[in-house]
Write a protein that binds this ligand. Sequence first.
Ligand code: ADP
Ligand code: MG
Length: 412
Amino acid sequence: MFETLLLNFLFLLLPVLLFIIFFENRAYSYNRIIIVFLSAVAMSLCIAKPFKLDIGYIFDLRYIPFIIVALFGGYKNVLPLYILLNVHRFYVGGEGIIQSFLFSTILTILIPLYNKKFMKLHSKGRIIAATVIAFLTMAFYLFTLSFNHGALNQQFWILTINAFTTHVGVMIVIMILIEKIIDNIKNRDRIIQSERLNVVSELAASVSHEIRNPLTVTSGFLQLLRKSKTITKEEKTYVELSLQELQRAEKIVSDYLLYSKPQSENMVYSNMSEESQYTKNIITPYASIHKVEVVFTFNNTLNKNYDRNQIQQCLINLYKNGIEAMKENDGGKLYIDISEKKQNIIIKIRDTGIGMSKEEISRLGKPYYSTKEEGTGLGMLMVYSTINKVKGNIEVDSEKGKGTTFLITIPT
Ligand code: ADP
Ligand code: MG
């Protein structure tokens, strides 16, 4: 009994170990396939080496990887496991094939329903949720078993206690490990991102002001030249082109470079009400051109030290992206909500635009990542760098075709 437990535990530990050792650094979509595959292997091994109780019953831990994949991955990912489980079970043969089939079908239908809610939970919440589901699954299994068993005698209760403790216990341990891995990956990404931002913003700060002056001067002289009557038509198009390119360069500077350098005269201790009012006024005409309605609410009394220009630029970049995301949909609504919660300033910006896939979300904030023809791909970089400087956190929730929500939490 004890050896089987250890063996089964090892089977379940195997995918976790292999994952952190070999695959942790792969791209997101790759990972999913690998995780499902490793879970499938673990499940098969569990089926192959079940617990044989003295009283003649067998049970195994196959549903632990199954539940975990269903919770984290939803229908799409649990389906291969479902098929494999039933094929394997069929191959093993013996009694209870139908029961096993029905049981797994019910779980496959029910558990992924909870997938979205589950993913929104915090680490601890997910551990508890998975444990409760492991418990319920076992309860359900034993409940169906009790029908076959007839009288609920002592043997049945021994089985019950054994099954519950192993199933729930192993689930807790595996979930704690998984959550720890997720936490580590997130922390590492955060450190890398913050390193990258530091490098970029230092570089940016050092060139920004040097570049702005020559740009302004050149653009001024070119505008004079354009007015000249002695230049030919062809020469005039050259001048036009040069001016356009200069405009683009200026856009880059204003999207990112301009405010990347913190300036002591801009530092304020305030509740962002002025900044949000100011940025709202700036963005309103831009919104109405694109038929976007701005719904603005402000409810914050908490104060914080921050660079006024940077926060303004950051908000404008976020609003602009929201509006640009709704451009093609022929308008929509941009919800801006600034509030407070437990000593945190909460900025919530929601649009009803084109949305992003998970892959696209993961690329947000990387320098020069843009899907727009005229985009600079520096707006979000500036946003991340600014929020990073005030020790804030950005959460992105987006669905393709539905819209995007940016949730920024700034501790005070
Ligand atoms: P740019 O706006 O110049 O393209 P950003 O850094 O501001 O650069 O944004 C990078 C990319 O992130 C955009 O090109 C777009 O694909 C995506 N993005 C940002 N915000 C949103 C949003 N609210 N909805 C949909 N996509 C967005
Ligand atoms: Mg932008």
